[in-house]
Design a protein around this ligand. Structure first.
Ligand code: UT7
Length: 337
C-alpha cells in the first residue's frame, strides 16, 4: 500500500559566502579560462566564505526562512543541518545553529551528511519525523510552554510543529587550487526551509546510495576534494532521470504535470541531459549555477529560495527536486506547494 505523506514548505531562506569569485579570478589561480568553464559547466562565478563559518551562513538562511514561515522558535522541534563541511567534527553544526537561533532546549539537532543529496535526504527525514513522531513534537512544545505556565498556549503549540532543514556548505577550504577540473566547480553557501506536516501537501521521496569510495571523496586527515569528474557525470545523467521516472510512476504523475524541476546545480550539461531524458522544456528547469557554482547540499535549497524570491512559486504547484553526489548518493523528491 502506498504511504500517504505530506509536507508543507512554509518558509525559505538563503545566504552566501562573502567573497564573489569569478572565472576571471580563477584564471589567476589555475590554468583555465572563462570560456572553458562556462562552456563545460555553465558556471560564471561562485562565492567563498572567506570570513564566515558554515554555521553563520546556516543561521542567516534559517532566520530568513523562519521569518517567512512566521514560525515561533519554540515550534521548531527538529533541526537538520545537511552538510559535508561542518566547522568541526563535534559538536554538530546543528547544535551551534540551534544556539545562535535561540531554539528550545529539546529541539532535536542533527547533522546529516548526504553529500550533494543531503538536502533531499534531510527533507525526507524531516517529513518522516514530523509524521511518525507527533509525541516528540508535542512534548517539545508542551514542555517549553508549560514552563510559561500557559496551558492554552501549550495545546495550541502542539498543533503546529515545524522542522528546519538547512543545506549549508563551506567547501572552499577543501579545494586543491591546482586541480583545475575540480576547483572551478564549487562554491560556499546555505539554503534553509521551514516545513511542517500537512497531509494535503503531497510529499514523496526516493533516496539511494550506490557505495563508491573512489569517484568522489574527501579524506578526514588530508582534507582535499578528489573527483573523477567524468564518472560522476555518467552516474548523474543515468541515475537521476531514472530515479525521477520511478518517483513519478510511483506517485502516478507524469513529467508533464510537474511545474518545475529543481536539480542539484553541479553542471549545466548534466541538468540539460536530465531534461532531455525527461522530454521537458528548458523553462521548467530552474538554473542558478551561473552565479553560485556547485554548493553541494545547499544547492537545491538555495535554488528553491531564489525561485520563491522571484515569485515563481505558487500554491498548488508540483516540484521535483533532485540531488546526487559523493557516496554515490542520489535523492529525488516530489512536493506540492
Ligand atoms: O556535486 C556533484 C559532483 N560533481 C559533479 O557533478 C561533476 C560532474 N562532472 C563534470 O562536471 C565534468 O566532468 C567536469 C566539469 C568536472 C570536467 O569536464 P569534462 O568535460 O569531463 O572535462 P575532462 O575532465 O574530460 O577534461 C577535458 C579536457 C582535459 O584536457 P585534455 O586532456 O583533453 O588536454 C582537461 O585537462 O579539459 C581540461 N580541463 C580544463 N581546461 C581548462 C579540465 N579542467 C579544465 C579547466 N580549464 N578548468
Amino acid at each position: 500500500m502506498k504511504r500517504i505523506s505530506g509536507l508543507k514548505f512554509c518558509g525559505f531562506g538563503r545566504a552566501t559566502g562573502d567573497l564573489a569569485v569569478t572565472n576571471e579570478d580563477m584564471e589567476h589561480f589555475v590554468d583555465t579560462s572563462d570560456e572553458w568553464i562556462q562552456s563545460r559547466t555553465g558556471i560564471h562565478s561562485r562565492y567563498y566564505a572567506h570570513s564566515r563559518s558554515n554555521a553563520e551562513m546556516a543561521v542567516e538562511a534559517a532566520e530568513k526562512a523562519m521569518r517567512e514561515a512566521a514560525a515561533d522558535k519554540r515550534q521548531i522541534v527538529y533541526l537538520i543541518v545537511c552538510s559535508f563541511t561542518p566547522d568541526c567534527a563535534t559538536p554538530p553544526v546543528a547544535c551551534e545553529v540551534a544556539g545562535r537561533l535561540g531554539l528550545a532546549e529539546n529541539v532535536m539537532a542533527i547533522d546529516l551528511n548526504g553529500a550533494c543529496s543531503g538536502f533531499i535526504y534531510g527533507c525526507t527525514v524531516a517529513e518522516s519525523l514530523l509524521q511518525a513522531n507527533p509525541i516528540k513534537s508535542c512534548a517539545s512544545v508542551c514542555q517549553t510552554a508549560a514552563a510559561d505556565g500557559n496551558i492554552q498556549k501549550r495545546l495550541e503549540g502542539a498543533k503546529e510543529s515545524y522542522a528546519l532543514v538547512i543545506g549549508s556548505e563551506k567547501i572552499s577550504p577543501l579545494l586543491d587550487m591546482e586541480d583545475r577540473s575540480t576547483c572551478i566547480l564549487f562554491g560556499d553557501g546555505a539554503g534553509a526551509v521551514v516545513v511542517k506536516y500537512d497531509e494535503n501537501k503531497r510529499f514523496q521521496a526516493l533516496c539511494g546510495c550506490i557505495p563508491n569510495q573512489e569517484i568522489l571523496y574527501c579524506a578526514r586527515f588530508t582534507p582535499v576534494i578528489r573527483m573523477q569528474g567524468q564518472e560522476v557525470y555518467r552516474f548523474a545523467v543515468s541515475k537521476v532521470p531514472a530515479a525521477i521516472c520511478d518517483l513519478l510512476e510511483f506517485s502516478e504523475i507524469s513529467a508533464d504535470e510537474v511545474d518545475y524541476f529543481v536539480c542539484h546545480q553541479a553542471n549545466l550539461r548534466i541538468i540539460d541531459q536530465i531534461r532531455i531524458k525527461l522530454r521537458q522544456p528548458e523553462a521548467k528547469f530552474f538554473r542558478n549555477i551561473y552565479e553560485f557554482g556547485n554548493t553541494s547540499a545547499a544547492s537545491v535549497a538555495i535554488a528553491l529560495c531564489q525561485m520563491n524570491e522571484e515569485g515563481l512559486l505558487r500554491e498548488g504547484m508540483r516540484l521535483v527536486c533532485a540531488g546526487f553526489g559523493a557516496g554515490l548518493t542520489y535523492g529525488v523528491m516530489l512536493l506540492t506547494l
